[in-house]
Design a binder for this molecule. Structure first.
Ligand SMILES: Nc1ncnc2c1ncn2[C@@H]1O[C@H](COP(=O)(O)OP(=O)(O)OP(=O)(O)O)[C@@H](O)[C@H]1O
Ligand SMILES: [Mg+2]
Length: 278
């Protein structure tokens, strides 16, 4: 089991409820897209999966550990096995791209190696290789504050790929990219999961991207799991209901929405089994 949430509830410090009764589990190597309207709780869910936020209710297991029962060193080691592409990449502006990418492994390196890498980047070829996957290897030695928003977002993805985590979380990782680059970048996250066996959980704004790349789709609304289905069982009606509060159609990149099973809405709801995706 890569992660398991059982009855998770979380309210932010101002009392705003972000998650309620969320039960969700995935086996190693599974790929899930989380979709839902703004404010549904996607970022909060990913922060719980990254051991960054402690829920007020329910149980959390991440990579076979209960993060909130671990001592500080063990919690640090657990977090080093979880990689997150943040919705807004937290990258210091004056950092060079190569250093920002190598920071992905700081949690795995000795203090001496980590400090040394700040002065002289420890693994320039490794950084170049992941940046090349995102068509950014020509910016290796640029400062991050000289990059566009979309380039910076790809640096955030490269850092998480370089980390080689067992659990790879991506919070709207391609929101600043044009459709072609977005498709390629999501493809790289999926390829990483395939080649390393990492579990991949990505929240995505564009439902066409989610359906194209992910075998399992989790719909989140008002902090609750509205559906958890194989992609080929997700129907247009389910998505329209999920996004009803946004008042328009479905958020897409403009790509075709290929529903493989138009009658799936009529199929009886049953709990999702992780074996469904195998
Ligand atoms: N730091 C915070 N303090 C208080 N409330 C918060 C905080 N962060 C999020 N919330 C609230 O929690 C709920 C879930 O927010 P969250 O950011 O998880 O949604 P989201 O699905 O990621 O939205 P978006 O698509 O806009 O990124 C929302 O009602 C939001 O207003
Ligand atoms: Mg969010």
């Amino acid at each position: 089991m890569s992660f398991a949430l059982d009855g998770v509830g979380l309210a932010h410090p101002n009392g705003q409820r972000a998650l309620q009764g969320v039960s969700l589990a995935a086996g190693a190597g599974e790929r899930l897209a989380v979709v839902g309207p703004s404010g549904a709780g996607k970022t909060t869910l990913l922060r719980v999966l990254g051991a960054g936020m402690r829920p007020g209710a329910g149980q959390v297991r991440l990579l076979d550990a209960d993060p909130w029962r671990l001592g500080a060193p063990a919690l640090r080691r657990l977090r080093a096995r979880i990689g997150t592409v943040h919705q807004g990449p937290p990258i210091a502006p004056r950092l060079r791209v190569v250093t920002a990418v190598l920071a992905g492994r700081l949690g795995q390196w000795s203090t001496a190696r980590a400090l040394g890498s700040l002065l002289y980047p420890a693994d320039i070829e490794g950084a170049r290789e992941v940046l090349a996957r995102l068509a950014l290897d020509d910016r290796l030695f640029d400062r991050c504050d000289r990059l566009s928003g979309g380039q910076l977002q790809r640096v955030g993805i490269a850092r998480a790929l370089y980390q080689r985590p067992a659990l790879l979380l991506a919070d709207e990782p391609v929101s600043a990219l044009d459709p072609t680059l977005a498709d390629a970048a999501v493809g790289q996250l999926v390829a990483q999961s395939e080649s390393t066996g990492a579990t991949l959980v990505a929240s995505l704004h564009a439902v066409d991207l989610a359906l194209r790349w992910f075998p399992r789709i989790v719909g989140l609304r008002d902090g609750r799991v509205a559906f958890d289905r194989r992609a080929d069982q997700v129907t247009e009606d389910m998505l329209l209901a999920l996004y009803a509060s946004e008042g328009g159609g479905l958020p897409t990149q403009g790509g075709p929405l290929a529903f493989s099973s138009p009658s799936a809405a009529l199929a009886p709801q049953r709990p999702f089994l992780s074996s469904d995706c195998r």
